[in-house]
Design a protein around this ligand. Structure first.
Ligand code: G6P
Length: 592
């Protein structure tokens, strides 16, 4: 998983623009960065590490030209080193390629190419692409035909941006299963893995579909299929401003995005009418099956409790990466709901393809025009705006909101819409706990293990709290159904282990309180989240985070997750970790 960009500018040098654009894609990977520009020849600069360090050591004069391509890498094949950084080239260094995706048959192709005399200089799967293009150009094809022939040989996923010394002034892009968009500015042309990369230059965007190719020559945008047939594509106007993709004064994207959550929920709530219309046309389903990964999986788990409670349908929930092994019991009476903020997670897209063959599919997605939105039979947009922090926050609460709307409308429980409308205000209240959370974060920043417990609707919140902690603080956090503690993890509890108990008022409250007694008896230090008026809970806890008492169990996942996110964020800050770019992780996982 990587980010790619390309640009052809009218009267500006490409290198600084490429750096700026690819900087907006750092959430896709930050193992290495590289740029190629073209004037009389192709010049390349690349290095391991993040863009800021790369830019500091870069002499822009080394990269002349108004046209170029750039890349940020999240390593899949080959270590995250300078040699493996993109762009990659052919033997004669006349073709430069940046790639997002995985070439599954690269080993066979590499052996064939080496046997016919090609010299490789990296361990990447990508490097076979410029060599394949070189092979076809040597056979007499022009760049466009050679690219088409090369991608026909490739098995796997790719979004590519390609330039060639022999056809200066041209960039070719092509995609299959990895995203690629075209940006159309004023006599300027862009290619990118995602919209934020180009927003400072244009809001006019074309989404390429699988097996489509774009040829940019500085004059026009030509889009073709892989048989060379010219296609007409819609140009979308993007309403996200460049500002929306920036930090707006916050220290990190993550904290900015945590604070944007009440607005994100309000935006999702605006989808009520569209969801109502969609639900009206639904056939009568007999079963629901949620499929997702990571944080989106936790949103799905809330969905399971909601659908079983409000719609009364049996509801499965399957991790997308497990779907091909266990998602078989589907039929036309099943609604498969895929939750994916990016719409590009490889495991989820694969599950979507399988599900499409047997059942009705609905994708709940944040990124407009992403693959899931095009592949699913029905789509709900969460409209949370761009999320740059690797750890999902505002997209999670937007997903939850979309699921609440869907379950309420499918279950005919319209009376609950009023409560849902109040949630953004409760979330504003939850954000006011920030100062208290800072104190707790400071106190526990050097802890090795954390437990997060909850029952019913609070169980997914406990899982999400633990995931946030792991992702950005590198502290072991374990989310557990409170009732399960006695079946194993209780053995791990002692006075070094803080236990975060999610205990809103409702059905599960008293039982979680008993579980809390059990951990306290083993010495655990309890951080409890509950109603401000819950004096018993307050007296049991060493630290207490209070919420308005009107927030009941069913709606608690939305506001109660906020202190969890803040706790992880501030522990990360106090441990000197960059929460926006946790090690080994990436925002959008386009490999299985
Ligand atoms: C990655 C991200 C997570 C996200 C998961 C699923 O692991 O780091 O934050 O929850 O992918 O992503 P999706 O885009 O499918 O929701």
């Amino acid at each position: 998983m990587c980010g790619i960009v390309g640009c052809i500018l009218k009267d500006k040098e490409a290198a600084p623009v490429l750096l700026e654009c690819v900087g907006k894609l750092e959430y896709r990977g930050y193992d290495s960065v590289g740029i190629a520009t073209s004037a009389s020849e192709i010049r390349i600069q690349k290095d391991q590490g993040k863009i800021d360090a790369f830019t500091e050591n870069l002499d822009m004069k080394e990269l002349p030209g108004k046209l170029g391509i750039a890349h940020v890498r999240w390593a899949t094949h080959g270590l995250p080193t300078k040699i493996n950084a993109h762009p990659h080239t052919d033997c004669q260094k006349r073709i430069a390629v940046v790639h997002n995706g995985i070439i599954e048959n690269f080993k066979e192709l590499r052996t064939e190419l080496i046997n016919s005399g090609h010299k490789f200089s990296s361990d990447t799967d990508t490097e076979i692409i410029p060599h394949l293009i070189e092979k076809y150009m040597d056979e007499g094809l022009d760049l466009e035909e050679a690219v088409r022939s090369a991608v026909r040989d490739i098995r796997g996923s790719y979004a590519l941006a390609i330039m060639c010394r022999d056809e200066p002034g041209k960039i070719i892009g092509v995609r299959k299963e990895s995203p690629l968009i075209v940006g159309k500015g004023e006599d300027e042309y862009f290619l990118a893995s995602d919209v934020p990369a180009v927003l400072n230059h244009t809001n006019q965007v074309i989404y390429l579909d699988n097996r489509e190719m774009v040829i940019l020559d500085g004059e026009e945008i030509i889009i073709k299929d892989l048989d060379g047939k010219i296609l007409t594509k819609e140009v979308h106007t993007i309403e996200w401003t460049p500002d929306m993709a920036e930090k707006q004064g916050y220290e990190h994207f993550m904290i900015k995005e945590i604070h944007e959550q009440p607005d994100a929920v309000k935006n999702t709530l605006r989808e009520e009418e569209d969801i109502r219309n969609m639900v009206r046309d639904f056939p009568e389903f007999k079963k629901i099956c949620f499929v997702a990964c990571g944080t989106s999986y936790h949103a799905s788990l809330v969905g399971k409790y909601l659908f079983e409670t409000l719609v009364g349908l049996p509801t499965d929930i399957i991790l997308a990466s497990e779907f091909e092994y266990s998602g078989g019991a589907l039929d036309k009476d099943t609604l498969v709901i895929l939750i994916t903020q990016s719409g590009e997670t490889a495991d989820t897209l694969k599950a979507l393809r399988i599900a499409n063959e047997k059942a009705e599919t609905l994708a709940i997605v944040n990124v407009l025009g992403s693959t899931a939105t095009r592949d699913a039979k029905h789509v709900i947009y969460t409209r949370a705006g761009p999320e740059i922090g690797v750890a999902a926050t505002k997209t999670y609460v937007s997903q939850l909101t979309a699921i609440y709307l869907l379950a309420i409308l499918m279950g005919g429980k319209e009376e609950l819409l009023e409560t849902l409308q109040k949630i953004p205000d409760f979330m504003e209240e939850a954000l006011k706990t920030e100062e208290e959370i800072k104190v707790i974060a400071k106190k526990y920043k050097d802890t090795y293990d954390f437990f997060f417990i909850g029952r019913g609707f609070s169980y997914p919140t406990a899982l999400e709290g633990a995931l946030k902690l792991k992702e950005i603080t590198y502290i072991h956090g374990e989310g557990y159904a409170a009732g399960e503690l006695k079946h194993g993890p209780l053995a791990l509890i002692d006075d070094d282990v803080p236990v975060v108990a999610v205990t809103p008022p409702g059905h599960s409250h008293n039982k979680t309180l008993s579980n809390l007694e059990e951990v306290k008896a083993r010495g655990a230090r309890v951080i409890a989240l509950g109603s401000k008026e819950d004096h018993v809970l307050k007296s049991e806890a060493e630290d207490f985070i209070g919420f308005p008492s009107e927030i009941n169990e069913m709606f608690s996942p939305l506001p109660y997750v906020i202190p969890m996110q803040l706790l992880a964020y501030y522990i990360s800050i106090y441990r000197n970790i960059d929460p926006d770019k946790p090690k080994n992780l990436a925002k959008c996982v386009t490999v299985e």
